[in-house]
Design a protein around this ligand. Structure first.
Ligand code: 6CS
Length: 312
């Protein structure tokens, strides 16, 4: 049987590294084949999710940045400063977290999805046309965010004018000045050439990019126990492979950006400069609870407990 797997990035990006390892493992350990559909072959993130829910695709990688519009609790990953930037801590956290592996599973199942893994893609950087040293610098900046309400709240709280857009509109939007900023992990700034249309890269430490891989649930439930095990083992092997790969990707890709564009200004905000972003985080956390009620509050608390439990 051939299984179809779509993701939101190209083959050489972090989601592609995961997907290729997943495919290799499935094909090495079963008679099944996995056909990969990188970004640009089947549509935007929302399209590949729909195709997976419809059973046209068996597997999909869609980030909570988009799934948040389907599963409000998935927006928890956009509470600023909730996640650490330490990649080794993150690697332990996503693997062991009860909130992710226990509490999120039934929420994804309600949407017809079997959640296989969440994994980190690296610290998120803001890229803009003007310098950002504090929240005030985001005033009047139309800042592109993925399409979820909490990310909109976040950038409002940071002082910007948030503009939710699918990925395909970001490069052109920056080029034509419809937007003047966006955020993404460093590797993505290089591979998608976003560095060409922004001049400042700013690290505020406010988030790590989280993504999620899932299967169509009817498909997964219909698999034999052996095949389910093959899928779980492939997901686990792909996870281990990807967290190691991605932990070193940011530095390597930033060096490539600097080589391609030596005049790029890269700033890591000081503690002082971060204070307004950290103050805004309190408001965003409150907005998350307001949007998701008891269910969201429990997940948020469990995530915090899981982060503490995996700290070292
Ligand atoms: O910003 C986005 O829309 C995209 N960012 C990443 C790192 N992966 C996929 C997603 O579509």
């Amino acid at each position: 049987e051939t299984w179809r797997y779509a993701f939101e990035e190209s083959m050489a990006d972090v989601q592609g590294v995961y997907a290729q390892k997943f495919k290799d493992e499935i094909e090495a350990n079963s008679d099944h084949e996995v056909q990969l559909f990188p970004y640009g072959t089947l549509g935007e993130s929302a399209d590949i999710m729909e195709q997976t829910q419809d059973g046209i695709l068996q597997f999909v990688d869609q980030s909570p940045g988009f799934t948040g519009s389907l599963i409000p609790e998935a927006q928890v990953f956009f509470v600023p400063y909730l996640l650490p930037t330490d990649q080794e801590h993150l690697a332990r956290f996503y693997r062991e977290s009860e909130a992710i592996n226990g509490m999120f599973k039934p929420l994804y199942a309600d949407q017809g999805l079997e959640l296989l893994n969440m994994f980190p893609e690296g610290e998120v950087a803001m890229t803009t046309k003007e310098p950002v040293n504090t929240c005030a610098d985001l005033n009047e900046v139309k800042f592109r965010v993925m399409t979820n309400p909490l990310l909109v709240e976040s950038y409002k709280a940071f002082g910007a004018t948030p503009t939710p857009l699918p990925w395909g509109e970001v490069y052109g939007g920056l080029q034509t000045n419809i937007i003047q900023g966006q955020e993404n992990p460093t590797f993505f700034l290089y591979s998608t050439k976003i560095f060409e249309v922004t001049d400042y890269i700013t690290y505020a430490g406010h988030n790590n990019f989280t993504t999620a891989v899932m299967a169509n649930k009817d498909f997964y439930d219909g698999l034999s126990a052996d095949d389910q095990l093959v899928v779980q083992s492939a997901a686990s092997a792909a996870y281990d492979h990807t967290v190691v790969y991605q932990a070193q990707a940011a530095d390597i890709e930033l060096a490539k950006i600097m080589e391609a564009k030596p005049e790029m200004v890269v700033t890591v905000l000081t503690e002082d400069e971060r204070s307004c972003f950290k103050e805004a985080a309190v408001q965003v956390e409150a907005a998350f609870i307001e949007m998701t009620g008891d269910s969201g509050a429990k997940i948020l608390q469990q995530l915090k407990d899981d982060l503490a439990a995996t700290a070292n």
